[in-house]
Design a protein around this ligand. Structure first.
Ligand code: GUN
Ligand code: ZN
Length: 445
């Protein structure tokens, strides 16, 4: 099926941390995006493209809106949907009191399926079209997730959590069973439709050295798969890692010793990394997922995005919600919080930088920048439409916006749920906001 959408297009061609606005920004005031067989087949000024488009092709016009690439969430836990907003604890206590209780329910396929379905609908409603997702230790939690993801037609990354110590017995695998289950899940899901598998040791404290060794091995044995974990989120966690792995020179060195860093390794947080660790992340092409709402919520600290992306040793950074420690599905809200965290570090993160971190920059962190994350010919057609008249306040405020940067910055600051008017997955509408009720209608889930 061939179809097209018309409106103001905003996308990134290059990295705003490295180039000038004229080089990084693609901005077409009245543009057209033509899509066929899941991909973008033409993009440009509507006036040029409409004339050569076969009249049988349906064109949906979105005035007073921005057409953008779908948001990419580089680190999120779908089983934690039921514990968003759990009061009063920092990381380790929060894990024990809330997370490890909720995750035990995911041995039940129907609970996992129901949650995965809700999670993906919320993601689509928030304009997120790809995510790198932690399931739980139970393989059925992965089956349920990928089944729903495939139903939605999405390109998602996910994997079974590996944990063989320091968690309740109901949530533990063993080094060998974790390896065997991971291998079987890779064979079942990696490359099925748009699904990608991620080897998922939760974090160094919950895996023995034997499990860490086998996690690195299974990742290496399956080129093209991902590895995701957490690093240097909380100061007590870092001390604990030092006690558990005394022979390592630091937190990152634990992952390095077990062959877990390099391209397609995505480390969540990195709030308290050392300069030597940033250097090593840069050299090895390992990515960081910046999770501002989570870091604020758990009182973990302030990630320094300016430092992480420094030109002398740039680290690939993508934005992430980290639900359920994170507090919103919306990458718009997450951008707004990233701005505030940067402010507290003495740095003003521009809206261009923030939107880049949730689109093309996130795709680059995931080594998917040739596939998703921008509106260009040949890219997969995961596209969102952001409503610039989503509320009276927004409409009023945007009357005083002087340029595109102002518009984007107001969108991420107000971050209204109803900003997302439509989400297209592989060229087809997957979520559309009902004009009358204001609610999202889901076409695939
Ligand atoms: N570190 C290890 N597991 C988790 C988790 O589930 N959430 C967060 N925020 N940090 C973690
Ligand atoms: Zn996390």
């Amino acid at each position: 099926m061939k179809n097209a959408i018309r409106g103001t297009i905003v996308s990134f061609k290059n990295d705003p941390f490295r180039s000038e606005e004229k080089d990084f920004l693609y901005h077409e005031e009245d543009g057209l995006v033509v899509m066929e067989d899941g991909k973008i087949t033409d993009v440009g000024p509507a006036i040029d493209l409409l004339g050569k488009l076969d009249p049988s092709v349906e064109v949906t016009h979105y005035p007073d809106a921005l057409i953008m690439p779908g948001f990419i969430d580089c680190h999120v836990h779908y089983p934690q949907t039921e514990i968003i907003g759990a009061f009063g604890k920092q990381l380790i206590d929060w894990l024990n009191k809330y997370t490890f209780v909720a995750e035990q329910k995911f041995k039940d396929y129907s609970h996992a399926e129901m949650t995965a379905n809700l999670f993906l609908r919320e993601a689509l409603a928030s304009g997120t079209t790809t995510a790198s997702v932690f399931c739980t230790v139970d393989p059925v939690s992965v089956d349920a997730f990928f089944e729903q993801s495939i139903k939605a037609g999405m390109r998602n990354i996910a994997g079974k959590v590996l944990m063989d110590r320091n968690a309740p017995p109901e949530l533990l695998d063993t080094a060998q069973s974790g390896y065997d289950q991971t291998k079987a899940l890779i064979e079942k899901w990696h490359g099925k439709d748009r699904s990608l598998y991620s080897v998922t040791p939760r974090f160094a404290p919950t895996s023995t050295p034997e499990q860490m060794e086998l996690a690195g091995a299974v990742w290496k044995e399956h080129p093209g798969t991902y590895l995701q974990t957490h690093i240097s989120e909380n100061l007590n966690e870092i001390e604990w890692v030092k006690e558990l792995f005394p022979e390592a020179t630091g937190y990152l060195d634990v992952y390095e010793k077990f062959g877990q860093i390099g391209p397609r390794s995505i480390l969540g947080h990195g709030v308290h990394l050392t300069e030597a660790e940033f250097q090593r992340l840069s050299e090895t092409g390992t990515a960081l997922a910046h999770c501002p709402t989570s870091n604020l919520f758990l009182g973990s600290g302030l990630f320094n995005v300016e430092n992480a992306t420094r030109e002398v040793r740039p680290v690939r950074v993508g934005l992430a919600t980290d639900l359920g420690a994170g507090t919103s599905f919306s990458q718009l809200s997450t951008m707004g919080e990233a701005y505030k965290v940067a402010q507290l570090n003495g740095y003003a993160l521009s809206a261009f930088h923030a939107f880049y971190l949730a689109t093309r920059g996130a795709a680059k962190a995931l080594y998917l920048e040739d596939t998703i994350g921008s509106i260009q010919v040949g890219m997969e057609a995961d596209i969102i439409v952001l409503d610039l008249k989503a509320s009276d306040l927004l409409e009023h405020r945007l009357k005083y916006a002087k340029n595109l940067h102002d518009i984007l910055f107001v969108l991420m600051t107000l971050a209204l749920p109803q900003n997302v008017k439509a989400t297209y997955i592989a060229g087809k509408p997957a979520a559309l906001r009902d004009e009358e009720t204001g609610k999202m209608k889901f076409l695939s889930l």
